[in-house]
Design a protein around this ligand. Structure first.
Ligand SMILES: C[S@@+](CC[C@H](N)C(=O)[O-])C[C@H]1O[C@@H](n2cnc3c(N)ncnc32)[C@H](O)[C@@H]1O
Length: 240
């Protein structure tokens, strides 16, 4: 949960959440479900905007943290493909940074379609690991290490398919927006860089020596204020 909190408390994460609320375009009093709500930042903010919010996550620890953050909201421990909600009961549906974890987005999107009322709004999205950019003196090695990062998630490039998946499920007026976060603070990314390099070694894409050399360069860049990562996140909005 501390990890999720750290991510959600970054300025870029707050801007991304705000962009998702603008895309939802819901009025006060509307009923909205935030699926994969994690530690409940979005649930708390949407509740603060006067919406009736339901947070859903399969992790009971996440739900406990979210309940503390948003005591006025309702929560369920459940998976995205089996929501404990009535048909056509929601005005809004939000699921951000979920789809890279799923083997198949279609059952989750079909479930969103079931619980939204006709005319209701959906916003889904997250990071597509296929277009992360990291500056380095060895770009080829960096590309291979980013493949290591991709190998750590079930569907690292799922987010680019969401427009297609929403259209297949019958959603209308599908729009895609890109929110780009520029990170120059090495410490915000250090853990992910180490995990990516280690995964690339474990996949036998590079040697441990390559990984250590690359990590040392990134740490040096951090010390000299030369670290740069660019992380685009897609938000896909539509109408039921
Ligand atoms: C990276 S966090 C994202 C949390 C939050 N949406 C955010 O943007 O910060 C992913 C969340 O998805 C939840 N999750 C994983 N599999 C899920 C599933 N099948 N259905 C719903 N949530 C799921 C995890 O428990 C975790 O809280």
């Amino acid at each position: 949960m501390r990890f999720l909190d750290r991510i959600e408390e970054r300025a870029g994460a707050a801007e991304l959440r705000a962009a998702s609320y603008r895309m939802l375009a819901l009025k006060r009093g509307a009923a909205c479900v935030d699926v994969a709500c994690g530690a409940g930042h979005a649930v708390a903010e949407l509740s603060g905007r006067g919406l009736k919010v339901i947070g859903i996550d399969p992790d009971p620890d996440a739900i406990a943290a979210a309940r503390e953050r948003a005591p006025g909201a309702m929560f369920h421990v459940a998976h995205s493909d089996a929501l404990p909600l009535e048909d056509e009961s929601m005005d809004g549906y939000r699921a951000v940074r979920l789809f890279h974890l799923l083997d198949d987005p279609a059952p989750t999107v079909a479930e969103a379609h079931r619980v939204l009322r006709p005319g209701g709004r959906i916003v889904v999205g997250g990071q597509d690991y296929g277009f992360v950019l990291i500056d380095s003196s060895d770009q080829d090695l960096t590309d291979v290490i980013l493949l290591g990062l991709e190998s750590r998630t079930a569907s690292p490039r799922a987010v680019r398919t969401l427009r297609d998946v929403l259209l297949d499920a019958g959603f209308q007026d599908v729009e895609v927006a890109v929110h780009t976060e520029v990170v120059t603070d090495y410490h915000l990314m250090a853990r992910q860089l180490q995990a990516a390099a280690t995964a690339a070694v474990e996949k036998a894409l590079i040697t441990r020596e390559d990984a250590d050399g690359w990590l040392a360069e990134q740490a040096r860049r951090g010390r000299r204020n030369r670290f740069l990562a660019v992380l685009p996140t897609l938000l896909v909005g539509a109408r039921r």
